[in-house]
Design a protein around this ligand. Sequence first.
Ligand code: SF4
Length: 349
Amino acid sequence: MTSPTATAPSPGTTTQHRRVLLAAPRGYCAGVDRAVVAVEKALEHYGAPVYVRKEIVHNKHVVATLSERGAVFVDDTDEVPEGARVVFSAHGVSPAVREAATARRLETIDATCPLVTKVHREAVRFARDDFDILLIGHTGHEEVEGTAGEAPEHIQVVNSPDDVDQVTVRDPDKVIWISQTTLSVDETMETVRRLREKFPTLQDPPSDDICYATQNRQVAVKKLAPEADLVIVVGSANSSNSVRLVEVALEAGARASHRIDRAAEIDSAWLDGVTTVGVTSGASVPEILVQDVLAYLAERGYGDVEEVRTATEDLMFSLPRELRADLEGAESAGRPVRGGRRALGLNPS
Ligand code: SF4
């Protein structure tokens, strides 16, 4: 596709044919879509304020837009008034957080991504079988805190391949690894390789913990990176999968790569001498932010946009059970609930 807003080259840039390679898939995944829509529907159905523990998804624009509509983001449940309603974010929570919410008589809506819940279940099961569980992930990330909280006495976090030397276990023949859903596939496999050198009978999880969306976005950026002088990744600094996309782009051969929250953060100097710009976005990023980047680039002569598609995604998750029950109750009582994402300007396409 070619943008009608393409203009003549600006001074200081190459006169070679300039173009954009646009990764697909990019942007919203099924878990983020579900979590954001859950907050929107909760706002419409129950009215503001709706409390949300932590950022519902790691994206500044989404959080700011929902805040304007009446969502109140808090760090923990003790900031939520007793008896009020709170949404748990897509990254999941530990059992201790659920207990704290119950103690405050909070009405909870659990927007934990089902693919994160799957990892929680694995942790519980392997702990019950008395394994030492090595959770590959980033200390301090909400998802890792939630998963580790399922079985703290059995789980230790392994941040990177270099962490492996420090790992000790009770029984080297009873060890299994699991992982955060949003890691670099290649780096995780390197961590596993080193763990297996140390613990040869290390067991694998029954299926991939790094989710389909993380993997698909990495495969797409890997495909375009070797041809790109610059890869722009749209995503927030605390978005693990977005930060990984920058690393993956560089490892796959991009000459430079930068993460930005929005088009206004692009430094025009990044475009000096650049012919081909790769563009992608993390799994929590609304498409509107990518379109703003494309418009910015088109104004600077990069109006020729070629999509590089490596997969097609059609996965969708149904809304959290508690919310669905209330919405269905309202509908059967003749009070239909409107769709929300469009109204917020967060529609991904
Ligand atoms: S990135 Fe993966 S695990 Fe995280 S919300 Fe999206 S689908 Fe779920």
